[in-house]
Design a protein around this ligand. Structure first.
Ligand SMILES: *Cc1c(COP(=O)(O)O)cnc(C)c1O
Length: 388
């Protein structure tokens, strides 16, 4: 029986053992045993669906993957130690030397480093489009282009890309569309419905939601996941059973957590929009957001990340961070704890001003990952930090 999202997140469960445990136990085992020579042969020949070795599969990682597969309406998936392992292994499995990628310029920092520093070593080049230049995408496609890649909403400027448009372009030009759905989670947005072939998550963020473990996952078409699985079972980026156990429990509460994160974030965005120390607020579900219509079309709610431009540039951004009392200064996002960052003086400080502006990072840009504390407490902290 097919249940709704929240029910599926709870009811998708590894088969119970002889102990009839209600909640799935932790299977900390590196390998699995076989009944006899024939069982072992058939298992290795993949004539049987059986766990062999936890680098290939494990009951905990399988349960976690099955949940994400059902949430994203995918066919199959594989779980990784981190989000970056998922991204690297997906490209590693699907690309050959001489292939070409077309990507949005606003992608996660380490993904950008893969494109600029490592893939060129294997003769894989990337061409970029800016978030406000989607009409240029088709002109970047070459005869050797294999993948169209994007994140939406983007980090840290919270821009939104039109998934329906990306899906149409990918289909027309026979490209694989790969979407990093980390900021939205499958609760808010399902890129596969718009034609994505692979959806990737850093499970470290909202999927864990409590800042405890690292993880990543790639889900999508069976034939493509098969390639990613074979690449990964030989190269070894597998998720640990412990992390899978934690993350599978996290998914049971994903819907309620994300719902509340988004409710708080919208109120924070509305508060900031009315504050005189703030120039500009970016939140997908604010009417002032440049891609508001697109966000409304493809997202259930606006997500938990709010970006705003503080008046007074770098020094005002740093002063704001120093004034913060309740919220955390941390590199993570999607935690129960509200986190504030100032990209121009931290994560993106090594970029030139011009390169920063290309990805929407102005000197006064502050990113808030709105958490699950009491809304009034969050707003009061931001307010006093702006005014002091
Ligand atoms: C954090 C993040 C990643 C990388 O995930 P890790 O689990 O830290 O390796 C990739 N994409 C996005 C959008 C992220 O926010």
């Amino acid at each position: 029986m097919k249940y709704h999202f929240e029910t599926q997140a709870i009811k998708t469960q590894t088969e119970r053992t002889q102990f009839s445990e209600h909640s799935t136990p932790l299977y900390l085992t590196s390998s699995f045993v076989f009944d006899d020579a024939e069982d072992m042969r058939a298992s290795f020949a993949e004539e049987k669906e059986k766990n062999l070795y936890s680098r290939f599969s494990n009951p905990n990682t399988t349960e976690f993957v099955n949940k994400i597969v059902s949430m994203e309406k995918a066919e199959a998936g594989y779980a990784f130690a981190t989000g970056m392992a998922a991204i690297f292994s997906t490209f590693g499995a699907l690309l050959s030397a001489g292939d070409h990628i077309v990507s949005c310029r606003s992608v996660f920092g380490s993904t950008h480093t893969l494109f600029t520093k490592y893939f060129p070593k294997w003769n894989i080049e990337t061409s970029y489009f800016k978030v406000n230049e989607v009409d240029k995408i088709e002109s970047l496609i070459q005869s050797n282009t294999k993948i169209l890649y994007a994140e939406t909403p983007t980090n840290p400027a919270v821009d939104v890309l039109d998934l329906e448009l990306l899906g149409k372009i990918a289909k027309k030009h026979n490209l694989l569309l790969i979407i990093d759905n980390c900021f939205a989670t499958p609760y808010l947005q399902k890129p596969i419905e718009y034609g994505a072939d692979i959806v990737i998550h850093s499970a470290t963020k909202l999927i864990d939601g409590q800042g405890r473990v690292l993880g990543g996952v790639a889900v999508g078409k069976e034939s493509l996941i098969r390639e990613i699985y074979l690449f990964s079972r030989n190269t070894g980026p597998a998720m640990s059973p412990f992390n899978a156990w934690v993350l599978s429990k996290s998914l049971e509460t994903l819907a309620v957590r994300v719902e509340k994160h988004c409710k708080n974030a919208l109120k924070v965005a509305q508060f900031l929009e009315g504050n005189t120390k703030v120039n500009l607020v970016k939140y997908p579900f604010l009417k002032s957001h440049p891609q508001y219509e697109t966000a409304k079309k493809q997202m259930r709610l606006g997500g938990n990340i709010v970006a705003f431009e503080i008046k007074g540039g770098i020094s005002a951004g740093r002063r704001f961070l120093n004034n913060i009392k309740l919220c955390s200064l941390s590199a993570n996002l999607g935690d129960t704890r509200t986190i504030v960052t100032h990209p121009a003086s931290t994560t993106h400080s090594k970029l030139s001003n011009k390169d920063r502006l290309e990805v929407g990072i102005t000197e006064g840009l502050v990113r808030v990952s709105v958490g699950l504390e009491n809304l009034e407490d969050i707003i009061n902290d931001l307010k006093q930090a702006l005014e002091n």
